[in-house]
Design a binder for this molecule. Structure first.
Ligand code: TRH
Length: 383
């Protein structure tokens, strides 16, 4: 089978950073690891700008990390002269819809491209049955397929770059000091319990602060806590920060928005990561540390099913006590309004078990082929 040489990705930012977070990683990886040409159409360059180096907000077309990045301001831009090369694969990011005129032209080609609908990640068991199904479009002569990221062998897998180290593969002291010093912060003392928080605004974060200022509410041997909060509505709602570490054993920092690769690094060096959405959720797993998923809320509580489907997988093989403590903690975090974080302390006696489980979980997931390789293969086999 032959790797398709030219790819196009369409990405519309619905909200937040996840849509482009995922599409950008995929675009870069296709170029860097599979040597193919990628054109990424993005309707909101400003959302990508803080995640990467050197993006020009004014440029309608530019090359970043080998990816041809184009502003998708209106569908007419797609007719522009200078669109060299017809794609062999067109990826529709998260069902964002492809422009009709473009589809007309693509389907008129002697060899029309494959049309891949990249779906959202879910750990639910039905994903393997739906992954890869053909769905011929009504009006166009194009092969269209659903591609579902997922955790089973029979799914599209998870995004992971070939060189991405798992959390425990990076020496703590080395990586840790880079992460903090890069932000102008002193590295925490080695006995500090470090937490990163990237969550939606209704996260029960004050409850976590209150817990972490108590010596009994930290894993054994940790004399202080440092909580680093990512920017956004949650950080803005914090008001006065809890105080200095010397006074109460808790330091809370507001982080700036950092490059996507620096975000991955931050997760690798924190003892606990609180993440959200889809992309940071996957990154927290590669970080191989205990984490809490503040899941994106959906109508009719559909997210609760997704959350539990993941917990069912994640907790398999754990001791009953740890599994229950994690379930209670995640449920409290995701209850709306938030549940009581009294459940936080219940997880502490199992802390080293959880750390060990997180390393095992990451290593086990990393043994399966990554999403990008599965996608390349999937397309090559169908061209
Ligand atoms: O931002 P998110 O909540 O995004 C998504 C979208 O809202 C989407 O519509 C929704 O359906 C989905 O959630 C479930 O969370 P996510 O997916 O974790 O994306 C965040 C991205 O931002 C991720 O690629 C990491 C990146 N990031 C940085 O690059 N630097 C930073 O400092 C931070 C905090 C994040």
């Amino acid at each position: 089978v032959r790797t398709p040489a030219r790819w196009e990705i369409f990405c519309r930012v619905i909200d937040n950073y996840g849509d482009i977070g995922v599409c950008w990683r995929l675009a870069r990886q296709l170029v860097a690891e599979h040597g193919v040409a990628v054109r990424l159409w993005l309707d909101a360059l400003p959302v990508l700008a803080p995640m990467v180096d050197g993006l020009d907000l004014e440029a309608a077309v530019q090359t970043l990390d080998g990816v041809e990045l184009r502003a998708w301001s209106d569908d007419l831009a797609l007719d522009a002269e200078g669109l060299a090369g017809w794609p062999e694969v067109v990826i529709e990011g998260f069902g964002c819809g492809l422009p009709e005129r473009h589809l007309d032209r693509l389907s008129a080609r002697a060899t029309p491209p494959l049309w891949i609908v990249l779906e959202y990640l879910s750990a639910e068991p039905w994903v393997a049955e739906h992954h890869g199904l053909a769905s011929p479009p009504p009006r166009h002569r194009l092969g269209r397929f659903f591609f579902f990221p997922g955790f089973d062998e029979g799914t599209g897998g998870l995004l992971r770059e070939r060189e991405l180290p798992l959390g425990h593969e990076v020496p703590d002291d080395l990586a840790g000091s880079c992460v903090w010093q890069g932000r102008g912060l002193a590295p925490p003392a080695p006995d500090t319990f470090t937490v990163s928080v990237f969550a939606y605004p209704d996260a029960p974060i004050q409850g976590l602060f209150e817990a972490l200022r108590e010596p009994d509410s930290r894993p054994t041997g940790r004399r202080a806590s440092r909580v680093a909060v990512a920017p956004g509505a949650l950080a803005e709602s914090l008001g006065n920060l809890p105080g200095t570490p010397s006074a109460i054993g808790l330091e809370v920092l507001r982080l700036p928005f950092v490059r996507q690769t620096a975000f991955d690094e931050l997760l690798r060096v924190c003892d606990l990561n609180i993440v959200r959405g889809e992309d940071s959720f996957v990154r927290a797993q590669w970080a191989a540390r205990p984490f809490v998923w503040h899941i994106y809320p959906q109508p009719d509580d559909a997210h609760r099913i997704k959350l539990d489907a993941f917990l069912d997988r994640y907790c398999r093989g754990m001791s009953g006590g740890l599994a229950q403590a994690i379930r209670d903690l995640w449920h409290a975090f995701n209850a709306r309004p938030a549940g009581s974080l009294a459940v936080w302390c219940a997880v502490l006696p199992y802390w080293t078990d959880w750390e060990e489980h997180a390393r095992r979980w990451a290593s086990q997931l990393a043994r399966s082929p990554d999403l990008c390789s599965r996608l390349v293969r999937f397309c090559a086999e169908r061209l």
